[in-house]
Design a binder for this molecule. Sequence first.
Ligand code: ADP
Length: 290
Amino acid sequence: MYSEATTEFPETTSTESVTPMTGQTDTSEPASTAGTAEKNVKVKAEDVNLWYGNTQALHGLNLDIHEREVTALIGPSGCGKSSFLRCINRMNDLIPSVRVRGQITLDGEDIYDPDVDVVQLRSNVGMVFQKPNPFPKSIYENIAYAPRLHGTVNSRRDLDDLVEHSLKRAGLWHEVSDRLQTPGTALSGGQQQRLCIARAIAVNPEVILMDEPASSLDPLATATIEELIDELKDRYTIAIVTHNLQQAARVAGYTAFFHMGEIVEFNDTDTLFTNPREQKTEDYITGRYG
Ligand code: ADP
């Protein structure tokens, strides 16, 4: 199950690199993959541990995130959902005290390999945050900025097309096509969040990470985001942190239940919600603690 590699990767300056496991083998199937082996695994986490300074926040996580599916990460506040999500595109590298051990692969490639271009990784694995954070620029520039910076478009015409295409895919085009030069920050909260999704889409990601993307939105805007997530999963692999169990049940094909830095249970969402294996999962989904 574990990689046989025992190569030590050099550690980076402020953030220690994920290193492969130290050679231990485990012949049993991890609980996290039970019953889901037939699906394509896009992102695979194996024995992921994370510390903030001396405090360990993630303890030996194993998780398979399936291609073109939505995987929800649920669990009480502070149980490590966001910390784990940030491991998947190395956002934790930006936090000086963080140390990560274990392995995460994207299409079988170790994302913590020293040769990985982290900027490219974060294009492949985009992120949408809890609070919409458009750049203080026009709607057009919010989308065009990164592709122009990366030199991935050759002409103004191509850039226009990319802006239109990204906004269409994020379900925002018909609401903003006549005011592309107005500030992104002038949009409503729900529109701003879809603008941020369009911005992530514009750099052609394969995976989109969403950290409570609707928690600051009203019910109507939340429903729009949920519909959008449902459409996006035809093209993208999505992992979403949510504290809203109904939302997980509505949008996610798979759900992982986190508790105190561990994944207690992972399964298809219907099974996890209707027939959980673990008492802790049942207690959480029935509202005994939260
Ligand atoms: P969740 O997303 O489930 O609410 P988090 O991943 O945010 O959980 O937090 C997991 C644990 O890590 C918590 O104890 C939290 O206080 C701690 N933590 C999160 N971010 C940081 C940080 N930047 N520095 C130090 N501790 C952190």
